[in-house]
Design a protein around this ligand. Sequence first.
Ligand SMILES: [Zn+2]
Length: 83
Amino acid sequence: MLYSFNNEGKYMVMFNPEIIKKSVAYEAEEGCLSLTGTRKAKRWQSIKVQYQNEQFLPRFKTFTGWTAQIIQHEIDHCEGILI
Ligand SMILES: [Zn+2]
């Protein structure tokens, strides 16, 4: 599984991302390119992600706010969940 995104203007690539820590749940309203309209989803304000970088080295990184929400949305997709 490969996941790439823009983190505050910086391009990042993650292989096999996995959320290992999350805190402060909230209800989000999200739209999706593969759906029409928006749906409610439970998201976390802060997540710690374990992944492998381009050299397949294990890495950990904490994301918050909007970036964290995008990652949760995309990881859901990778697991076959549409929001
Ligand atoms: Zn989507």
